[in-house]
Design a protein around this ligand. Structure first.
Ligand SMILES: [Zn+2]
Length: 139
C-alpha cells in the first residue's frame, strides 16, 4: 500500500483557497483571480480585495479517472470537472455524488468533502468538491 503523508501546516496555509473559495478582485479593473493574488494579473494593480466566491457554476467538461492518488483508493473511479464559476473563473476540481449520467452544462455547487486520509496517523484532509445542483430556480 502506498504511503500518504498529510502536512497540517500546508493544509492550514491553503485553507482560504481550499475551504472557503476566497478569490481576489482587482478594484482597478474588476478582474477576479483564483487562487487569490496580491497583484492583478491583468492590469498590474496592487489594489486587490478578497472576495468569497459563490461556489456555484456550470460544468464545462469532465473526465473519469480510473487511477487514484495515494490515500484516495476508496473513491474509484473519480470524476474531475472543469467548472466555470458564476464569477467567470474556470477551475478544475473533483466532483462528488455523480455517476456516468453526468452531462456537460449541468449546474454544480461546492461542498466540503473528505479528500484523503494519512496512512500513518489517521489524519483526514477535507476539501472542496463539486456536486450537482438539484432543481435550481431559473436564473
Ligand atoms: Zn486589474
Amino acid at each position: 500500500m502506498r504511503k500518504v503523508k498529510i502536512f497540517p501546516p500546508q493544509v492550514w496555509r491553503n485553507k482560504e483557497t481550499m475551504y472557503r473559495l476566497i478569490a481576489a478582485k482587482c478594484t482597478s479593473c474588476g478582474n477576479v483571480m483564483f487562487p487569490a493574488r496580491d497583484v492583478c494579473n491583468k492590469c498590474g494593480s496592487t489594489k486587490v480585495t478578497k472576495v468569497r466566491l459563490s461556489g456555484k457554476g456550470t460544468l464545462i467538461s469532465y473526465t473519469v479517472n480510473y487511477q487514484s492518488l495515494p490515500g484516495m483508493e476508496k473513491v474509484q473511479p473519480s470524476y474531475i470537472g472543469l467548472i466555470k464559476l458564476d464569477e467567470g473563473i474556470e477551475i478544475v476540481a473533483p466532483l462528488t455524488d455523480v455517476d456516468e449520467n453526468l452531462r456537460e452544462g449541468a449546474r454544480v455547487e461546492a461542498t466540503i468533502r473528505r479528500i484523503r486520509a494519512d496512512s500513518t496517523n489517521g489524519l483526514i484532509e477535507y476539501g472542496v468538491k463539486f456536486r450537482l445542483v438539484e432543481n435550481e430556480p431559473n436564473r
